[in-house]
Design a protein around this ligand. Structure first.
Ligand SMILES: Nc1ncnc2c1ncn2[C@@H]1O[C@H](COP(=O)(O)OP(=O)(O)OP(=O)(O)O)[C@@H](O)[C@H]1O
Ligand SMILES: [Mg+2]
Length: 265
């Protein structure tokens, strides 16, 4: 099963707004939380940070279009001629009062919604049809989900009845001062050399929605800065970490090179 279990040391996360306080308040009240935002803006890092800082076990499930309710809840497996029930990551998180993070939840199959509804309203109940069990989530259990509204087509939007069961936080890219600090810390490149990268990102993001599906992520800036910290030239680093990941169109790539020349010229 594609769940990653982590309870290690606290990963670095620099807050952008009041998201840490909101997470703690949601957790204290047992309310589910939805994180919305573009790729690579820090959603996963935020959840990993909060779980570790609160000393809570985290089950992360990367949702995909084949992910079914059984993948989350569990199934009977054949073991040595006998069938045995094996809990899925969601059931384990409920039993243990842990945090369950469903990454890109809209990708999952429709039957997942049916499972999430009783778990995310005041019932806080996980129905396990196959065993007849009805698990009421203990106070520690928290459901966190994320999705990227940018590239979701209309068929894949969350239904109002699902999204209105979650508290929501809209993530955007960090402000330039925060982003500079984040990229410098993550890559080891000096803030002075990260600053133009962040300026460039501002220009590139202004193009998103027009020529680009999505602006350059903080993640890609960390990649570019890491290459530069390792001694690669700015030009080569930006080609591999910004231009090529963002577009396949030669015209758009050239427009990005022109932008780079303006910022670094
Ligand atoms: N506020 C922040 N504090 C620390 N690191 C950050 C922050 N924002 C972004 N990052 C950096 O950006 C990288 C990408 O963030 P992350 O993987 O959390 O993105 P995401 O929003 O989950 O993206 P996706 O939707 O593609 O899964 C992180 O590995 C980290 O290096
Ligand atoms: Mg993520």
């Amino acid at each position: 099963m594609n769940a990653i279990v982590r309870d290690a040391t606290v990963p670095f996360y620099k807050p952008v707004g009041n998201e840490c306080a909101l997470f703690e308040a949601a957790s204290a009240k047992g309310l589910p939380l939805l994180l919305k935002g573009p790729t690579g803006c820090g959603k996963t890092r935020f959840v990993e940070h909060m779980a570790a800082r609160m000393g809570r076990k985290l089950y992360t499930v990367a949702c995909h279009d084949d992910l079914s309710a059984a993948d989350l809840i569990g199934r009977y497996l054949l073991k040595g001629g006998a069938t045995e029930w094996v809990d899925g990551p969601l059931t384990r998180a409920v039993r243990e009062g842990a945090i369950c993070y469903l990454d890109e939840v809209v990708e999952a199959r429709k039957d997942v919604t049916v499972v999430l509804h009783p778990l995310t309203d005041n019932r806080r109940t996980l129905m396990i049809d196959r065993t007849g069990e009805e698990l009421v989530a203990p106070p520690g259990f928290m459901l966190v989900a994320s999705y990227n509204p940018g590239y979701q087509n209309i068929l894949k939007r969350l239904k109002p009845s699902t999204r209105q069961r979650f508290l929501s936080i809209g993530f955007t890219f960090p402000d330039p001062v925060t982003e500079t600090a984040v990229v410098a810390r993550e890559s080891g490149l000096s803030e002075a050399r990260v600053a133009p990268l962040v300026r460039l990102a501002g220009h590139v993001r202004a193009l998103s929605g027009m020529d680009l599906e999505e602006g350059v992520s903080t993640r890609l800036l960390v990649y570019a800065a890491s290459l530069m910290a390792g001694g690669m030239s700015v030009e080569q680093a930006l080609e591999a970490a910004v231009i090529e990941p963002l577009t396949d169109e030669p015209d758009v790539a050239q427009a990005l090179r022109d932008l780079i020349a303006t910022v670094y010229g």
